[in-house]
Design a protein around this ligand. Structure first.
Ligand code: SF4
Ligand code: SF4
Length: 471
């Protein structure tokens, strides 16, 4: 009986090791592959020991007992994170000023010296920023696109092509009700069902709904894309009450090349997809007799990360990205605002906050040290980890991409395979998983980031960088 139990438990861990090895090979995880191979060899070696060397059984008993008890401890449940379940309001302390879009770096860089009187009006109020912005404007936000890879034309063209889509659709972002369409009061549950299924049908990977908290609406318009400078500084007060928030998954093969050009090609691709999704959803509302306002790279009225949190699509990580179930930080967020009455979702608790307190992988690996490694602080009434955006964008212009290392290195961003699914599930439920897994993750995958090789069609001139690059 003793031998049968030992064989069964060993076989269980043997199968897990084999599955994990296959996943590590597929994900090009060199260190993980070595560790999974070592585990597989150990469990394979244990079978003849169990069958034919009884003198070594005490060692087998001890090893399996440790593994078994360790697994049992994972069943100690985590306390629900009440702050996460309460959504973004639980992270506010004191007065929160609505963000002025004119202060966003993207808006500042569009404000050229010949945009008068707007340029002077802005920098007369913020004279300390003028010189630094002028330097950044001269370099461009991404410097020379793809410079880290010699500005490789096929990948740069993917970026430009993808951004052509929001450029084309941006003028249609705010869709008023189509004339002649009746604006009916639908049952909110029925309307929500249409909206969510339609969003998934047209290509959203996740969709959630929230009421729009005015705190997350920009106070004033700052980004001008179509020479409509008369809108610069306009107060944004006429916004619809509901947000349909949609996520698109960013492809792991692309993201895992960060900070090289495939990662920025994927970001751009998602901006193209998001413009399509949010505009199409807006047109659907317009044909239902309601206003639909697309939120994408050519028209932001709102801050999308807090909307996504309130719509139950994830929590915010140390690096400031939304971390979603299944995809981690490997998502882009888009939304469509409407007045059609819908059923809001509840915010989610995924264990991110507790995990991030111990993990710090993004902070340790960020090449510009832009991510805080300490505790959260309160900035503009919001308790959070505050990224240093200026140093982050300086790094973007150095490499000519949007970097994305902090997205790629995050343990939650790994592909949605069996072992990562299991880990995410345990992180939601298990107290011990939240405490141990940051250490286990570092042990298996290493603490620092190393860009992964990409499929041959995505390859770029690497100049042997893959061998030496370690962030
Ligand atoms: S994008 Fe790169 S530079 Fe910016 S915070 Fe993330 S890792 Fe740091
Ligand atoms: S890398 Fe770690 S600390 Fe950073 S966001 Fe991801 S889980 Fe949190």
């Amino acid at each position: 009986m003793h031998i049968i139990v030992l064989l069964l438990v060993t076989t269980f861990f043997l199968v897990l090791s084999a599955l994990f090895l296959v996943e590590c090979v597929r994900e090009k995880e060199q260190r993980g592959t070595k560790i999974a191979t070592a585990a597989l060899v150990v469990f394979l070696a244990m079978i003849p020991i169990i069958l034919w060397i009884p003198g070594l059984h005490p060692f087998v008993d001890l090893l399996l007992a440790i593994l078994f008890l360790g697994s049992l401890l994972l069943f100690i449940p985590a306390r629900p994170d009440k702050r996460a379940l309460a959504g973004t309001v639980a992270h506010t302390e004191g007065i929160v000023e609505r963000v002025d879009e004119r202060d966003a770096v993207f808006a500042r860089l569009r404000l050229k010296p010949d945009n008068e009187p707007y340029y002077r009006r802005y920098y007369d109020d913020r004279p300390d920023q003028e010189e630094a912005d002028a330097k950044r404007r001269a370099k461009g936000l991404l410097g020379s696109l793809g410079s880290i890879d010699g500005s490789y034309q096929p990948l740069n063209a993917m970026v430009h092509a993808a951004f052509d889509i929001p450029d084309i659709l941006g003028t249609k972002a705010d869709s008023p009700p189509v004339e002649g369409e009746e604006c009916r009061q639908w049952d909110p549950a029925q309307a929500t069902d249409w909206v969510k299924n339609f969003a998934r049908h047209i290509g959203a990977d996740m969709v959630g709904i929230c009421k729009v908290n005015p705190l997350w609406v920009y106070a004033r318009r700052g980004e001008i894309h179509y020479s409509n400078w008369q809108d610069w500084g306009k107060e944004l007060d006429n916004f619809p009450s509901y947000a349909v928030v949609m996520l698109t998954e960013m492809n792991w093969d692309h993201v895992s090349a960060a900070p090289h050009s495939p990662s920025v090609a994927e970001s751009a691709h998602d901006y193209g997809k998001g413009a399509y999704l949010s505009t199409l959803m807006g047109r659907w509302f317009a044909h239902m007799g309601y206003r639909g306002v697309a939120q994408n790279t050519r028209n932001y009225d709102t801050l999308l990360v807090p909307l996504a949190v309130d719509a139950g699509l994830g929590e915010v990580g140390r690096q400031g990205y939304l971390i979603a179930p299944k995809y981690g930080a490997r998502v882009r967020i888009f939304a469509t605002l409407t007045d059609m009455e819908l059923l809001p979702d509840n915010p989610a608790s995924l264990g991110i906050d507790e995990f991030c307190q111990r993990c710090k992988k993004c902070s340790d690996t960020c090449p510009s040290q832009s991510i805080p490694s300490g505790d959260k602080t309160t900035v503009n009434g919001i308790h959070r980890w505050k990224l240093d955006e200026d140093s982050c964008f300086d790094y973007w212009s150095k490499v000519g991409t949007d970097c994305s290392i902090c997205m790629a290195v995050c343990p939650f961003s790994r592909p949605d395979t069996f072992s990562h699914k299991l880990v995410r599930f345990l992180l939601c439920k298990s107290l011990i998983a939240r405490r141990w897994f940051p250490l286990i993750d570092n042990f298996i995958y290493g603490k620092r980031w190393r860009p992964r090789p990409v499929p041959s069609w995505l390859d770029y001139p690497r100049k042997n960088k893959l061998k030496s690059e370690h962030y």
